[in-house]
Design a protein around this ligand. Structure first.
Ligand code: HEM
Length: 222
């Protein structure tokens, strides 16, 4: 059987298990391996941060209108918002004029457009994108932060890595538990839950495509 929820498995488990393989692919992508291996310069890190800005703009612009939505509404939490942090990081990485040189990769455009489309037309799909990014940032994001601080000498939890620092979430483990409870209680039937899982897989694909394009721009893998 497909990874549906009819088995009584909590939805948070279904979605985690269903995306596990793609998660490993993302973690071990050439670009991520090079980044975490300390083989890339700060330019590559800034380029990656820039791509995230487009994605979070789509996620967080879309969040506004979903606040009262019965499906996506419960997930919209101000303490998760990342756009302001990304903007501080970009100002640090690229200087005060960072907005002048913003350029999304084609894969980033496609990703951000899909997020915006879900926010507009399909709140359950938006939940898939929300989960894929924010729960990841609260988890593996901390590994990336640590590595970035060591590789490029950012102040611990300071400018350059603020994206990874959730000031208003002092206990990420507890937050993730409550987030999983929200997933388990998501206002969707089994078919819709399956569609959320499918969209989550697409979200990983979108991330993978961004990594591939970044990898092509910074082809350093050893
Ligand atoms: C090198 C990069 C990455 C590392 C080292 C990493 C590491 C981790 C780790 C250790 C966890 C488990 C945390 C826990 O059990 O609470 C996790 C969870 C997660 N990661 Fe990543 N990750 C990386 C990249 C990504 C990417 C690119 C995405 C998607 C955009 C992603 C999405 C997620 C999600 C959604 C979870 C939550 C799974 C769940 O508990 O439901 N990760 N990551």
């Amino acid at each position: 059987m497909d990874a549906t929820t009819t088995s009584g498995t909590p939805f948070s488990t279904v979605i985690r298990v269903a995306s596990h393989e793609q998660h490993t692919e993302a973690e071990t992508s050439t670009f991520m391996s090079d980044l975490l291996g300390g083989r890339l310069g700060m330019t590559a890190y800034a380029r990656y941060t820039e791509q995230l800005w487009f994605v979070y703009r789509a996620l967080e612009d879309g969040a506004e209108s979903l606040r009262d939505d019965p499906v996506a509404g419960p997930f919209i939490r101000p303490e998760l918002m990342r756009t302001a942090e990304l903007e501080r990081d970009l100002a640090h990485l690229r200087g005060a004029d960072w907005r002048d040189e913003l350029a999304p990769l084609p894969a980033t455009v496609a990703y951000a457009e899909r997020v915006a489309q879900c926010a507009r037309d399909w709140p359950a799909g938006y939940v898939a994108h929300h989960y894929t990014r924010y729960l990841g940032d609260l988890s593996g994001g901390q590994i990336i932060r640590d590595k970035a601080e060591k590789t490029w000498g950012f102040t611990r939890k300071g400018d350059g890595v603020r994206f990874y620092v959730f000031e208003q979430i002092p206990n990420p483990a507890a937050f993730k538990r409550s987030y999983r409870e929200l997933l388990d209680a998501v206002n969707a039937d089994d078919l819709e839950k399956q569609r959320i899982v499918d969209e989550c897989k697409k979200a990983f694909d979108y991330n993978g495509a961004v990594f591939r394009e970044l990898g092509a721009e910074f082809p350093l893998s050893a």
